[in-house]
Design a protein around this ligand. Sequence first.
Ligand code: BGC
Length: 829
Amino acid sequence: MTTSTSIDLSSARFISAEHPAAEGDPAAYFRRDFTVEHGLQSATLRVTALGIVEPYVNGSRVSEDVLTPGWTSYHHRIALSSYDITDQLVVGENALGAVVSEGWAVGKMGFELRRHHYADRPSLFAQLTLVYDDRTVTIDSDATFRVGEGAVRSAGIYDGETYDARLEPTGWSMPGFDDSSWKGATEQKVDAARLVIDAAPPIRRTQELSPVEIITSPSGRTIADFGQVITGWVRLRVRGPAGQTVTLRYAELLTGGEPEYETLRTAQATDRYTLRGWGTETWEPSFTFHGFRYVDVEGWPGELRPSDLTAVVVHSDMTRTGWLETSDPLLSRLHENVVWSMRGNFVGVPTDCPQRDERLGWTGDLHAFAPTAAFLYDVRGVLGSWLQDVAAEQQEKGYVPWYVPDISSTPSAPTALWSDVVVGLPWTLYWEYGDVEILRQNWPAMSAFVDQVEALLDPSGLWGSGFQFGDWLDPDAPASDASGGKTDRHLVATASFVKTLRQMSDAALALGHADDSARYRNLEGRVRKAFRDEYVAASGRLVSDSATAYALAICYDLLDKDQRAHAGARLAHLVAKSGYTVSTGFVGTPLVAHALSQTGYVDTAYLLLTEQDCPSFLYPVTQGATTIWERWDAVRPDGTLNSTGMTSLNHYALGSIADWMHQTIGGLEALEPGYQRMRIAPRPGGGLTSAHLVHDTVRGRVDIAWEIDGGSVTVTVTVPTGASAQVVLPDHPDSAGAEVEVMAGTHSWTYTVPVENKEEYTFDTPLQVLAGDRAAWRTLTGVFKKHLPFPIDASGPEAASVTLSLLLSAIPHRTPELERDLREALVNL
Ligand code: BGC
């Protein structure tokens, strides 16, 4: 969180080289010597840049932070880092240095590929405060600093870094270096009021991975596979002749065994290291980052060994707060993929993707993912800072930009899921952390947005005109128009606005603004009525007969009781009709499984979650995905890329399905802000036999574990001090005893589950009956798939009379293994 500073920062100026930076220019190196006297108590360096800064003292890096200061809306807020460097100083001569590259502020950013969004050259801000026993001495960045060049020949966020080790001036950040060939720094005017201290947690290296394989591609390229799509870069250790250049080009995917660069669009994602030529040289880039699993290595002197390369995982250093494991390895992997996509996209700003020429703080993506993010990590720092940027940009421009920081050349119209993040995110954070200050700080921005949309409503109360992203990336939308899905865009907008108004009314109550609360409640009633008049038949059927439309109407409480039951049934029907593949986009995906389980179709929700045909939640997992893809069908079953231009392989938005996994498989839901009161109600299904959820709430750790062993169920929960929980024991034989109130502590229950009188399937069961039981059919078709080169089909009328044994007898090359596996599957169904 930003703390306003009592330190006087007004004396320090931003300093730069004399001339503006052109594309591909070297980074700026800054330095100056200074003297430390006896009696030093403490030394604090405050530093930031318009660009990316790597500060040095006496020849060593000042900190482990990387990509400092991260990306904020620099016109309003520039994050200042503060380091205690007392131990790095000596009495006598010392030197301060900094390398500053273009970063987000100066370099090419945004899909419009423009430069100089915030400044025309990299510039440094530094203030060193030396506190002595009897006085304080301050050294500020000013024209006494010298500026030159070094090994960092160029560095762009999208294109990568070029480093020529031969050109690093030896000892440049040590005292006494001869900087006479360097120039005096030029002072830049930047308002010190923009400087904010500790805006968000720093970006750091959080993990390292070794290659799982070094591959020679069909065309002869040398490629290291790190086995996991990450965000960061590769560190190399190399020995070789001076002047030899090693080129690393990063990719998320191999197609036909070769690196696939299409997911990067125009980003070059290439680092180059030129050897100085003596000893073992260790290098990693400092001024760029890449989204990748593979790196194509060119120019390596000698044979490349796995130990020569290390992939470095980089993101905002947040505290992990949420975990979920299940007995199904595919579901556990899906959840793991969500975590990796969050890690890959919380690099200062919550971004859409980390690899292509975008990496922008798209509001809709974050809005869809926010409840999942707040479960997995403590996001108060990153998202609290980002919300301040959202509010600052909104106040300046009069609208909530579609992505923040906003570098677009065109204004953003108010849209559902994107612009209303300004209400939805503070509400999610308030709910997670129970801190009403989050609402108070954001209230002006929240009400400005809602008032703006209110003025756009048509006389009946519909948000019925203007651009909308709709159910973005509905798999059925045409490839050329991701917003052109099945669900009417203004249905999405109006439904979403009802939810937003409800959040506003509740937030106003929490803040003690009773009048505002009543006003928003009233408006909610008007918009809800307009929605029902326009889009809902008396029966509960919706005019957009799509899963997303029903999910919205159910989750946002837009229907009366009978209509809701009808809508639930219709939704379950549509989900089954699409073969349990995904038919929802950014809007519907976070809601669809909740809508099913809320209307009594939890089994359907499990079938949807566990489907493996393309496009489905588990399809990418079966294809070896290690992150969440922008589209579930980004890579086709034959391994080729779905060339729509929207195929990032690391996009967290659709990972929002994990919220349902936490609530329904893990069983945790907050009933009050900050989990003072919670509901623990796991609902086993989908063939799962156990699950384990852990969540570190602001009150302490919640732990929920359940296991089904034969006919017995064990549920163990831990509730933190000061909290209470309503526990609903799954499948409990005694409905009166199924609901229990518990206080803090660990509680465990073991009970016998009534054995279901389930129909037994045999070789004499007709295919049609088997196909009617989706889970059974999936298991059996899986067995056939393993043994036969063609699929089996039960869609024709003959399936009513063809039994499994009849089908088997008609297969000429059936093997005993096929029969054995079928028999085993039948027993286990
Ligand atoms: C981004 C999305 C984003 C969308 C909206 C895309 O290019 O990657 O995730 O929300 O644009 O237009």
